[in-house]
Ligand binder design. Sequence first.
Ligand SMILES: Cc1cc2nc3c(=O)[nH]c(=O)nc-3n(C[C@H](O)[C@H](O)[C@H](O)COP(=O)(O)OP(=O)(O)OC[C@H]3O[C@@H](n4cnc5c(N)ncnc54)[C@H](O)[C@@H]3O)c2cc1C
Ligand SMILES: *[C@@H]1O[C@H](CO)[C@@H](O)[C@H](O)[C@H]1NC(C)=O
Length: 415
Amino acid sequence: MTVTDQVHVLIVGAGFAGLTAAIECKRHGHQVTLLESFPEVKALGDIISFGANAGRIFKRWPGVEEQFDKICIQSKGLLFKNYLGEDLIYQDWDKEPYYGKNFNGHRGEMHEIIYRHAIEVGVDIKLGHRVTDYFETDTEAGVVANGERFSADVVLAADGVRSKGRQIVLGYDDKPKSSGYAIFRTWFPAGELATNPLTKFMCENGDYHCGWLGPDIHFLAATTKGGKDFSWVCTHKDEADIEESWSTPGKLEDARKVLEGWEPAVQAIIDATPPDSLVDWKLVYRDPLPTWVSPKARIALIGDAAHPFLPTSIQGASQAMEDGATIAVTLELAGKQKAPEAIRAFEAIRYGRVRAAQLTGESTREKWHKADFDNLKNTPEKIKLPREEWLLGHDAEKHAYEVYNETIAALEAKA
Ligand SMILES: Cc1cc2nc3c(=O)[nH]c(=O)nc-3n(C[C@H](O)[C@H](O)[C@H](O)COP(=O)(O)OP(=O)(O)OC[C@H]3O[C@@H](n4cnc5c(N)ncnc54)[C@H](O)[C@@H]3O)c2cc1C
Ligand SMILES: *[C@@H]1O[C@H](CO)[C@@H](O)[C@H](O)[C@H]1NC(C)=O
């Protein structure tokens, strides 16, 4: 590729969507600039999961898997219990179909590794740049950040659930709704949970993963780093105001109220939780956006900006990564002169798949929350996490190469 053919990609947001798009665009020969509003990279968040469909993407980045192996959860399965503490079923990963390696760990630690990798491969990252406006013409697209204009061939708005890029794409301000649920989340050193007789089963044999199910609530706990760190999340009913933030403090007494009557091990976990480590995050719901692409097809929304996921899909971050892996290929095949074609093809390739993946979040939550708790012990197979080939066996990069020509042909036939 000559330098004049090289596509200049401007990315907004250094979450997993933005960083993946940046790294993949570099791998496919494009020039990349990335703007992020955070002035520095801090290890924020708690537990995050990447399925095998994302693991496949990480594995193409030299050195990343080795670093992840040192920090990621190594549990061998997931034990489901009911809220009274009775065992329902153990989902043993070794006995399930294998679609490739998945990676689960601390979001901040994993993010830092990917951030450093992006810098290593030459992504030009500008921190402390809050994007306040987007624009596009027939020949370029760009943004305004800190009063300065940046332009490129295309812009990828990877600016998360509160995306500013959505406005130019949709032509209106999109308002999220409450999903009717919120999630308590935390991560802290296992400490006394490792010695408490009620909870030490989770800490004494390396990493362990346990889920408790009750009416309209589920509680998932995991140990990591060989049982030294502890993390739990609890999805519960909540109609309160929408605050799409990771930093909303949660109150332990609210969690206690939600989990009243649940088995003593759950109470012990709450008692051991450092009060200032708890977050109460409202889960928003958004009808699928009609499009992720701006009118002149030089700006695309990717990741949560385009499609927020419910945590029960366990696919939000993985699908954000598939977006970047796909767009790097479509830009390579289209080239600089036809960059808008690449942006349209990206949306056409991804839209139906993302929607299907989003819906798994609703179906899993419903089957857990609305289970027939009186009879669950007789039919425990039903509550296992779905592990499906179409979702986890997918290779976004390979798929994009395979379907690009037919996708363009279909788009041309529609136009
Ligand atoms: C601080 C933080 C903590 C999180 N913790 C968890 C967690 O523990 N578990 C979990 O499952 N998910 C967590 N998430 C969400 C998760 O990372 C995403 O759902 C998923 O990975 C998709 O990522 P994304 O890149 O699309 O969005 P995000 O991860 O939300 O990234 C968006 C990025 O864009 C930046 N940005 C936003 N607006 C602008 C702007 N105007 N100009 C420049 N930059 C902008 C943000 O600062 C952010 O870095 C967290 C997200 C954030 C931002
Ligand atoms: C797509 O089309 C191009 C040119 O029209 C061709 O060179 C290429 O082999 C085709 N790719 C596939 C996967 O069919």
